[in-house]
Design a protein around this ligand. Structure first.
Ligand code: IMP
Ligand code: MG
Length: 178
């Protein structure tokens, strides 16, 4: 694999599609094991989650429902610290087992804000899952129940993740070249 250019920045190959798929299969098996006999609702945080969520759903062997919410805290390659809801939930989550799905947890601001919002809705339970996790950037106490791959605090693109809206359709993940 080769370095790629997106807007003004260069990125180097970092996590292959095969590796991502393996990590996602492991997550799907673990989640299914924990929700045996239940019908959880996966709530994905748009837009970054779409590629991961699609692969997770295909690997998930039980019954489940899905929904989406759109939240945004990033401008370019930096967090703004302020989480905005751009598209609200379109499912009744009352009395349901909820699994919040993120493409990547960085500071945790987004996941935390979403978790607070869901907690108020009389759900039966709420857990959190993310494909990528940057432990060195995380600032919250909220437990992340399912983690695909831990990565260092460096900006990445591909597999749903963008740099100013480009790069989401790359099958592999790339890391910002320093
Ligand atoms: P947090 O709220 O700081 O945890 O950031 C979460 C959101 O910021 C993610 O859902 C992504 O949309 C975006 N984000 C965080 N880190 C990266 C990255 O390295 N590349 C692309 N997007 C990122
Ligand atoms: Mg996101």
């Amino acid at each position: 694999m080769q370095d790629i250019q997106i807007h003004d920045k260069t990125f180097v190959p970092y996590i292959s599609n095969e590796e991502l798929e393996q990590a996602i299969k492991r997550m799907a098996i673990k989640i299914h094991h924990d929700y045996e006999g239940e019908i959880p609702v996966f709530i994905g945080v748009l837009k970054g989650v779409v590629v991961f969520m699609s692969d997770l759903l295909k690997a998930y062997k039980g019954d489940c429902e899905i929904s989406f919410i759109q939240m945004k805290s990033y401008e370019g390659i930096k967090t703004t610290g302020d989480v905005k809801t751009l598209m609200d939930l379109n499912v009744d989550v009352k009395g349901r087992h909820i699994i919040l799905l993120e493409d990547i947890v960085d500071t945790g601001n987004t996941l935390y804000a979403l978790h607070e919002l869901i907690k108020e809705k009389a759900v039966k339970s709420v857990k959190t899952a993310t494909l990528l996790y940057k432990p060195d950037a995380y600032t919250k106490d909220l437990k992340i129940d399912y983690i695909g791959i831990e990565i260092p605090d460096k900006f990445v693109v591909g597999y749903g993740l963008d740099y100013d809206e480009l790069g989401r359709n790359l099958p592999d993940i790339y890391q910002l070249k320093d």
